[in-house]
Ligand binder design. Structure first.
Ligand code: FAD
Ligand code: SF4
Length: 346
């Protein structure tokens, strides 16, 4: 029986493993964390349908447990790879017939943008922190009071030359709209502002959410970047910005500032390029063989990609890539077997 190693037990890796097992392949999933699920373990409800993230993960975990020939190894980090071998951080070596890299992305560290005060001032949080608050059911300011005015800031660590992250992270605009609506639902009396550069609503149902946020929820969208955040003596935050549509400078006091952090490429991608011969894009994400017909294949035969390891992606897109990568692997193994058999015949 052929053996495929899937590196990364996020949703893309889980979906890929399930599809491979259905195709009669023995699969080993390597996950460096203590459990599978990747970033979705921390998300609350998913845009655009507001499906609980736990429901999606529950479905994937159930499928993985039910299918034969899948071995999930948690707390197991891959350090190097070739099409026939994966070396773990412990030095252990695993043999295989193909590899799928589904190692996802890294959240931008908001402390790097010091001017926004993350990790310095109370009540400056990230979109990832807010998902965690939604999950615990404890959403409030540090003092425990309900926020009366909340601001969201788009493009933190994306489209930003200064921090070498020029790409658009694609999902943070819609995350900001979703979270603003959730906050308005929790705190109906609060004023909610979204400070944006451009609003990018690329997926089905996203534009409708944006309209609903403005028309039904009365969320204010201000075109402009926040230049400075400082604490006030009454425990609030003062935000300085410029409304670039009216050209007027703005100064407002808020009780909570949510930074919509971007998706950046994993540091491990540099190792994949330097030691494993795989190509990277200028954004640091891995480069697929081509963007159209072979977008889950790498430049090395026998090494495939699934999910956000090649670019920022939504859950639906990452799941689809898990399926597509598995089909690519199955075709590759079948073609290889034909070639190997004809070589023996000769
Ligand atoms: C704040 C925020 C909110 C979001 N909300 C939504 C939403 O509501 N709806 C939506 O459609 N999308 C949402 N997304 C996008 C969603 O998170 C991604 O589409 C999804 O996480 C991509 O899955 P993945 O499996 O490719 O990567 P990941 O979720 O990053 O999983 C990768 C896995 O690989 C593991 N790994 C990494 N390196 C190694 C290694 N060397 N060895 C072993 N294991 C390794 C990691 O531990 C991780 O478990 C959101 C993104 C952000 C930033
Ligand atoms: S999706 Fe929106 S918030 Fe995210 S980087 Fe792109 S423009 Fe900025």
């Amino acid at each position: 029986m052929k053996h495929v190693i899937v590196i990364g037990g996020g949703i893309a890796g889980m979906q890929c493993a399930a599809e491979l097992a259905r195709g009669g392949i023995r699969v080993t999933v390597l996950e460096k964390q203590s459990d599978t699920g990747g970033k979705l373990r921390n998300w609350h409800k998913l845009f655009p349908s507001l499906t609980p993230a736990g429901e999606v993960l529950g479905g994937l975990n159930h499928t993985l447990r039910r299918l034969p020939n899948i071995d999930v190894r948690t707390e197991c980090e891959a350090a190097e790879l070739s099409p026939r071998r994966v070396v773990l951080a412990t030095g252990e070596e695993l043999e295989c017939d193909a590899v799928v890299v589904a190692t996802g992305f890294t959240l931008f560290d908001a402390r790097i943008k010091e001017e926004y005060g993350y990790g310095i001032y109370d009540n400056v949080i990230t979109s990832a922190d807010l998902e965690e608050m939604f999950n615990t059911g404890k959403v409030s300011t540090t003092s425990g009071a309900a926020p009366r005015r909340i601001a969201f800031l788009h493009c933190v660590g994306s489209r930003d030359e200064k921090v070498c992250q020029r790409h658009c992270s694609k999902v943070c605009c819609v995350t900001g709209v979703k979270q603003a609506m959730e906050m308005k639902e929790l705190f109906p009396a609060a004023d909610v502002f979204n400070f944006y550069m451009d609003i990018r609503m690329f997926g089905p149902g996203y534009e409708e959410m944006y309209r609903e946020a403005q028309q039904r929820c009365n969320i204010h969208f201000v075109r402009g970047r926040i230049s400075e955040v400082s604490p006030t003596i009454d425990g609030r935050l003062q935000i300085k910005a410029e409304d670039t549509l009216t050209g007027r400078p703005l100064k407002i006091g808020v009780d909570m500032l949510v930074l919509l952090i971007g998706m950046r490429a994993n540091d491990m991608n540099a190792v994949l390029e330097q030691r494993c011969g795989l190509e990277r894009q200028t954004s640091g994400f891995m480069r697929p063989r081509d963007q159209f017909l072979h977008n889950t294949e790498s430049n090395v035969a026998g090494i495939f990609y699934a999910g956000a390891v090649t670019a920022p992606k939504s859950v639906g897109e990452s799941l689809n890539e898990g399926t597509a990568a598995a089909r690519g692997v199955i075709e590759y193994l079948a073609a290889k077997e034909c070639t190997d058999n004809s070589t023996i015949d000769e």
